[in-house]
Design a protein around this ligand. Structure first.
Ligand SMILES: [Mn+2]
Length: 394
């Protein structure tokens, strides 16, 4: 008897079309592998979609894959994650379930306890509790219970959360596995790592994201993964890596932005980058020039000529030496930060125009209403601005 454990697919997650394509491709490969390996069912431990309301194109492809599983009589058991969870309780997972393409784990709340209800698959009892935004599920998990009389079955507990063992130095809430009900397999999702550990002789596994979800994950994981679990007297777990494109990482220190572009290109020239995903991390303290002096367009053009598959850059560790660019930000609210920045700007650049800044920012933050036509929204925006600036727009 084999089952698969997949989590954090984040379908629809990348902005770059070529990476969104690979993300979806990973999903198809995982599904095909499950079919080839003739597994019984798949556990999806949250974040199947990157948002509660994924784009139609993504939904179409996802539904087609779930339908393929159904035709092969492979069942899908699902919990929501922190991304596809919605406070209103409405998510596309419900649509999948109503269409008969998956089953979502359910629970009852009574007397400050949360009793998980099993989804029963022959001798397997599958329990799960969804993830929530900002780790809000942790307090709930301390209250979950499983009916103990089912303990002679193979019990699976699916959770989308952080356990103490993977938390490391992350400043987030976590739960200790020993606080959770006993199970024979813990199918975990949420933290994008590849993690296996035995708890009371039972495997607790984070299956990894199915495809790296950001720059750092490309650097650290390189590839996405999922697990196949074989329960035949004993439990054998096998990691399946999904290798689609090779990754080439560059870590380049730049201190002179004026010569930076050339330095970067000469580093890139040393490798064959054809059809690879190129990660470019630029770090250092600039003594000459400013970050915008590094011509990323030129770098991008160079890489396109070299026919790379995709190019991602990260400049979060590139700093500027001069003090004047640094503003101490002690406020967490956006408006407070804006206030401080505007005040600083006014001191440095005295002008009559300055008094209009806050009002202009207010007017420009106006949002288009649901169902409002572009032309009407524009007219509304321009009338606000012309009032402020005392000019007429054609
Ligand atoms: Mn996730």
């Amino acid at each position: 008897m084999k089952f698969a454990h997949i989590s954090d697919c984040h379908l629809g997650g990348w902005r770059q079309p070529e990476l969104q394509e690979l993300n979806l491709e990973s999903f198809k490969i995982a599904i095909n592998t499950c079919i080839e390996e003739q597994i019984e069912f798949i556990l999806f431990s949250g974040d199947l979609f990157d948002s509660a309301f994924p784009p139609i194109e993504i939904l179409k492809e996802t539904f087609a894959q779930f339908r393929k599983l159904k035709e092969k009589r492979i069942k899908s058991y699902v919990i929501a994650g922190s991304h596809d969870y919605s406070v209103s309780g409405k998510t596309f997972l419900d649509v999948l379930e109503k269409a008969g393409l998956c089953e979502i784990c359910k629970f009852d709340e009574e007397n400050n306890k949360i009793i998980l209800k099993p989804l029963i698959h022959e001798s397997f009892y599958i329990y799960g509790y969804p993830g929530k935004k900002s780790g809000l599920e942790i307090a709930d998990l301390q209250k979950i219970q499983i009916n103990e009389s089912y303990q002679n079955h193979f019990r699976i507990l699916m959770l989308h959360t952080t356990i103490e063992e993977v938390k490391g130095t992350l400043p987030i809430e976590a739960i200790n596995l020993s606080e959770l009900p006993k199970a024979d397999y813990y199918a975990l999702g949420h933290i994008h790592v590849d993690f296996e550990k035995e708890i009371n002789d039972k495997p607790a596994v984070y299956s990894g994201p199915l495809f790296p979800n950001n720059f750092k994950e490309f650097e650290e994981l390189k590839f996405g993964s999922f697990y196949i679990v074989d329960v035949e007297g004993y439990t054998k777990i096998t990691k399946k890596e999904i290798k689609l494109k090779e990754i080439e990482s560059f870590d380049i220190e730049i201190t002179d932005a004026l010569t930076g572009t050339q330095k970067i290109i000469s580093e890139l020239e040393k490798k064959d980058l054809t059809d690879k995903i190129v990660l470019l991390r630029i770090y250092g303290t600039l003594k000459k020039g400013k970050p915008s002096d590094i011509k990323f367009q030129e770098i991008q053009d160079y890489l396109e000529k070299k026919q790379v598959y995709s190019f991602l850059k990260n400049t979060s560790k590139l700093e500027i030496e001069e003090q004047e660019y640094q503003i101490q930000l002690q406020f967490s609210e956006m408006e407070k930060i804006e206030e401080v920045l505007i005040k600083k700007y006014k001191q440095d650049n005295p002008s009559n125009f300055n008094k209009l800044i806050p009002q202009l920012m207010g007017a420009l933050s106006m949002e288009k209403q649901e169902g409002e036509k572009n032309s009407i929204f524009e007219a509304r925006l321009f009338s606000e601005l012309s009032k402020l600036l005392k000019v007429e727009f054609e």
